[in-house]
Write a protein that binds this ligand. Structure first.
Ligand SMILES: Nc1ncnc2c1ncn2[C@@H]1O[C@H](COP(=O)(O)OP(=O)(O)OP(=O)(O)O)[C@@H](O)[C@H]1O
Length: 262
């Protein structure tokens, strides 16, 4: 236990301070359960996480942190809540995914399967040349990936839309629709939650949040494909881009798989 405390104090950059007095340490120990603390320690011992220095986001399902590995590379660390109220949704998505075999009854273990699936989705997206953060490692409910940004994290499309011009939106639309198409046609895959909130604007745009992404063989895949096409076309249409007709685009991509069902 003491070693664990020491390691976590290191990860939180508390080397110089008295560990037990630190507010950050207290909050961390209260917010994270034992599995999470142990998993972070595991990565710390292997040099995969050396320091967590900032909170990128606190969500219903997960918290995302900015950090460094032992080589000084920036990393993003997504830590799923092990007691999530999103349990039902996670279960439904996993149950429909043909890649997932046995579904554990224990919520905690289900979240581990969910984390592993996001890692696999990131690998698959990269394989088909769709820009996503490079997956680095996963264990239990913790996923480490490439950090998009420098001293500051890359903004989301939604955050910078006011400073963009029509030409930028046109290029971004081509990027988003091109990604949907490549994923589906070459990767047999669909993101399922593509929107202005999940595209980071950096040197090149990058698609994040692959937790609900799945494969074509999934019985939900057409619904997700339709949702992505709809969201992307309606967002960019509002920004003045002359977009594809969503129904036509859907039929073109879904082709034989589409039997009037979405
Ligand atoms: N690899 C990354 N590099 C930089 N920032 C990131 C990275 N991954 C995530 N973020 C930041 O963290 C936020 C949340 O990430 P993500 O969408 O994956 O988590 P989430 O818990 O599913 O979020 P939400 O519940 O809001 O959908 C993103 O909007 C982005 O600002």
């Amino acid at each position: 236990m003491e070693r664990l405390d020491r390691e976590i104090a290191e990860v939180l950059g508390l080397r110089e301070r008295r560990e037990k007095d630190s507010e950050l340490f207290k909050v961390f120990s209260e917010v994270f359960d034992r599995t999470t603390v142990e998993t972070i320690s595991y990565f710390y011992r292997r040099g995969k996480i050396d320091l967590l220095y900032g909170v990128l986001s606190t969500g219903k399902e997960a918290n995302v942190f900015a950090g460094f590995d032992a080589q000084g590379n920036r990393i993003a660390v997504k830590i799923y809540r092990t007691y999530t109220t999103e349990f039902r949704r996670i279960w439904e998505y996993l149950a429909a995914d043909p890649r997932v075999g046995y579904l554990p009854k224990d919520i905690r273990k289900l979240v581990f399967v969910w984390t592993r699936r996001e890692f696999k989705n990131l690998q698959r997206a990269m394989k088909y040349a769709v820009r996503a953060p490079e997956p680095i490692a996963f264990r239990n409910n913790v996923l480490i990936m490439e950090f998009i940004g420098d001293e500051t994290p890359a903004p989301r499309l939604k955050d910078v839309e006011k400073s963009l011009e029509k030409k930028d939106f046109e290029e971004l639309y081509d990027f988003a629709m091109g990604s949907i198409e490549r994923l589906w046609k070459r990767g047999d895959m669909v993101h399922g939650d593509l929107s202005e909130y999940n595209i980071l604007i950096w040197e090149e745009p990058v698609i994040i949040d692959w937790s609900q992404a799945t494969v074509k063989r999934n019985r939900m895949s057409l619904t997700l494909l339709y949702r992505d096409i709809k969201n992307i076309t309606s967002y960019f249409a509002r920004k003045g881009v002359s977009v594809d007709d969503p129904e036509e685009k859907f039929r073109e991509l879904a082709g034989d798989e589409y039997g009037g069902r979405i």
